[in-house]
Design a protein around this ligand. Structure first.
Ligand SMILES: [Zn+2]
Length: 124
């Protein structure tokens, strides 16, 4: 299926060629516990930014390996562009993963969806 998503003001829009995962992901690290995205992970090939880049802003912390994107206008967390970390925090050094904030998906209530917790507080 095709998923569409957008931030609150609409400056950032997305299209995903794929399904909403059965489990969304919540991370407990110091940044995610404050910004609170519920992520749906996709391959870079599935994930498309469909808006001009001027509404995008990026935050990186600690190792700088993860680009946390948010809307420069309305401040909503939009997606992460990160190493494809496994649940134990390991990475093959190559594969990337796109973590769309599922709260942005059109016609979908992420707050009611099942969630897997990543132990980011202890992993990084
Ligand atoms: Zn916005």
């Amino acid at each position: 299926m095709t998923i569409t998503a957008s931030c609150h003001c609409g400056k950032n829009t997305f299209r995903v060629d794929g399904d909403i995962p059965a489990q969304l992901t919540r991370c407990t690290c110091s940044f995610c516990s404050k910004s609170a995205p519920l992520r749906a992970y996709y391959t870079p090939e599935q994930f498309h930014v469909t808006s001009p880049p001027d509404g995008d802003a990026v935050y990186r912390w600690q190792t700088k390996q993860v680009a946390h994107h948010f809307c420069a206008e309305c401040g909503v967390y939009t997606y992460s562009d990160s190493p494809d970390f496994q649940m134990d925090g390991s990475w093959d050094g190559v594969t990337r993963s796109m973590g769309l904030n599922a709260r942005l998906i059109d016609g979908f209530d992420a707050a009611e969806a099942p969630v897997t917790v990543i132990d980011g507080k202890n992993l990084w």
